[in-house]
Design a protein around this ligand. Structure first.
Ligand code: SAM
Length: 278
């Protein structure tokens, strides 16, 4: 870099430090806990939770006795995770800032299990993400990813699809995070990291957003606190289409709600669960 060049702002980091993802994460705790319960975690297992947010899966991993390191690009979410850990008095888990595309602070073969639920999928340079996840996993260990699926009819894929229609086109060379939800692409990325296709298993699974309020109130939470939705509203406002975006998202949240109690919301969303045997 010459002396006149300024460091580029990190858009990936800025997106997730925007708003307050902990407000959305609070609606995802039950599914996070149940997913972690299915991972066969035993006392003393070394676990890396990548794109850990404030610990929706990392904290249940630690409660099962694993030694957990949570890594996330967003400083506010790392701080929120460490606050939760302190409040809970857990001594076997800590959170630190890091980038899933470049984990140079972590040594090769450090973890028995790398978990990334809707986390590393949002990092740039997906081939680097796969390579780094494999590098830090011990031979015989596992990587488990949860990735939203492009064009899936359920909540998150539809929020992102609708939001994209109101937003300017992404910069040239941008790789959509949703490509992590395509079977062949996942196999190709881990293949390039040295893992043969027969060691990658792919299945559909469900995460449920549970909220003590109406679907419209849950949408308001996304509008106020979820970076990608905040950006979509800002873009829609700039082009005078905010009301259209609001109407589309209101319809989506109401259609997807399965709760029979009018005061609460429960929205199941399908994701691709990837398990890699390293
Ligand atoms: C949808 S949230 C999910 C958080 C958490 N895994 C959970 O289940 O609540 C996406 C997370 O990925 C993190 N993230 C995005 N890009 C990242 C990157 N390059 N490296 C590490 N974390 C990243 C965000 O900061 C955010 O915490």
């Amino acid at each position: 870099m010459s002396t006149t060049e300024q460091p580029q702002p990190n858009a990936n980091k800025a997106l997730w430090e925007k708003g307050d993802f902990t407000r959305i994460a609070a609606t995802m705790r039950a599914s996070g806990e149940s997913l972690v319960g299915s991972l066969g975690i035993t006392e003393g297992l070394d676990v890396l939770d990548l794109g850990c947010g404030d610990g929706t899966t990392a904290i249940p991993e630690a409660r099962l006795g694993a030694n957990v390191l949570g890594v996330d690009i967003a400083e506010n979410l790392v701080a929120a995770g460490n606050d939760r850990v302190r409040d809970l008095g857990l001594g076997n888990i800590r959170f630190q800032v890091g980038d899933a595309s470049q984990l140079s602070e972590l040594a090769d073969d450090s973890f028995d299990l790398v978990v990334s639920i809707f986390g590393a999928m949002f990092a740039p340079r997906p081939f680097d993400v796969a390579r780094e996840a494999v590098r830090v996993t011990r031979p015989g260990g596992r990587i488990v990813m949860g990735n939203w699926i492009p064009n899936d009819p359920t909540l998150v894929a539809q929020i992102l699809r609708i939001s994209a229609a109101y937003s300017p086109p992404p910069p040239e060379g941008f790789v959509s995070p949703m490509t992590w939800g395509v079977d062949d692409t996942v196999i190709e990325r881990f293949g390039a990291a040295g893992v043969p296709a027969d060691r990658v298993s792919l299945e559909r699974d469900t995460y449920t957003f549970d909220y003590e309020g109406t679907p419209s109130q849950l949408l308001a939470l996304f509008r106020e606190y979820y970076g990608p939705t905040m950006n979509a509203y800002a873009a829609a406002a700039a082009s005078g289409r905010e009301a259209d975006l609001q109407a589309e998202l209101e319809a989506l949240f109401n259609e997807q709600n399965t709760s029979t109690d009018p005061g609460t919301t429960s929205i199941p969303a399908t994701f691709l669960r990837v398990t890699v045997a390293v």
